[in-house]
Design a binder for this molecule. Structure first.
Ligand code: THU
Length: 131
């Protein structure tokens, strides 16, 4: 499995493809699964602002569309426009969905290049769940 710096580099590369003409806030993400497969995504905005898609959900959607079935182990998120780009509330719930019980590592890097790691259970302590 790639190390955290390598995964972050894939997120940095993905952020360069961001379609963010409304916010000018590019974000890149790289999702790594237990299968060792990795998938990248960037944010894709729309003139109807609320339809914009975050980089994290884009990366996870690519994984599911490609047939990925294993647990989401790591998710790197990068933005050059802020210190650390924490996943939004909707993305946290998405990460939780595909973590399938695993405490997915959220690996963050921002404009000062500091790297911080959080568990999904830490940043989403009370997820919605249908049992
Ligand atoms: N955005 C992401 O892609 N991921 C996040 O974690 C937070 C926000 C995007 C959505 C929108 O295109 C832009 O950043 C500004 O909110």
């Amino acid at each position: 499995m790639k190390n955290n710096k390598e995964i972050l580099q894939l997120a940095i590369n993905a952020s360069k493809n961001a379609y963010c003409k409304y916010s000018d806030f590019p974000v890149g993400a790289c999702a790594v699964f237990e299968s060792r497969n990795e998938y990248t995504g960037c944010n894709v905005e729309n003139s109807s602002y609320g339809l914009s898609l975050c980089a994290e959900r884009n990366a996870i959607s690519s994984a599911i569309a490609a047939g990925e079935k294993s647990k989401l182990i790591k998710l790197a998120v990068y933005s050059s426009k802020t210190h650390l780009c924490f996943p939004c509330g909707a993305c946290r719930q998405w990460i939780y969905e595909f973590a399938k019980g695993y405490n997915t590592q959220i690996i963050l890097q921002g404009l000062d290049n500091e790297i911080k790691i959080f568990g999904i259970n830490e940043i989403l302590p009370y997820p919605f769940e249908i049992l």
